[in-house]
Design a protein around this ligand. Sequence first.
Ligand code: 4FV
Length: 265
Amino acid sequence: MDIEVLTIFPTMFDLFWEHGIIRRAIAQAKIRAAAVDIRAYTQDRHQVTDDRPYGGGCGMVMKPEPLARAIAAARERSPQAVSVLMSPQGEPLTQARAAALAGARGLILVCGRYEGVDERLVESRIDYALSIGDYVLTGGELAAMVVMDAVVRLLPGVLGGATSADHDSFAEGLLEHPHYTRPQAFDGYAVPEVLLSGNHQAIDHWRRETALMQTLFRRPDLLEERPLEPLQIEILERWRSKLERILHQQGTHRADPSPRGRQDG
Ligand code: 4FV
């Protein structure tokens, strides 16, 4: 996969290319990655990439022409590349969207600065706007790094055999189960017995159940978004009947607050 990042701060990526999964993906030639200085595509002596907004108001806007030239040059190098603008107005970055982008032949990640990019550039040269969250950054560079990290780790063979993205949080639409490693006792906290049992069926069931529990309590929205597996439905049904029994009992306690009610409730 070819990845070109268009930015006025290309050196921000120098260390990014040299660490972790990104470094390994480059070394394995799974990706060809470069940060390109938008200023190189200006035609004035001061290499101006921004200007005052039409209609007045504070801040500056990125000019369309340097970006259009930079995108055209990147497309020369990677004709099938998808051009992606990092923007709060973009589609939210999700695991599914990262997986979709991992299928692209190339990415041209456009990093805005100032108040944003001239809209005519967006309409005419951008295939896809992507947001990493509902907050405003000072530039798209950090967002581009987040996207590259989420996408490159999904490329075949990038995550070594041991680790696979298949069990990722969100890969199955749920939050991940908790993880434990040595020491067996830490600060008086133990490791769940089942994980020490060697009983892989029980361990797998525990992991599924705790992933579901974590998701139910922390991100119930994720459980509504997509169809769950029969086993997950079965677990939720079991919890529902437990909850109903408790609530029913609580109802009887309230109906008959007398100590006797409490006793033989
Ligand atoms: C952003 C986000 C983001 C907006 C103006 C750059 C800044 C400045 N990008 N997800 N949230 N971008 O805040 O992707 O140009």
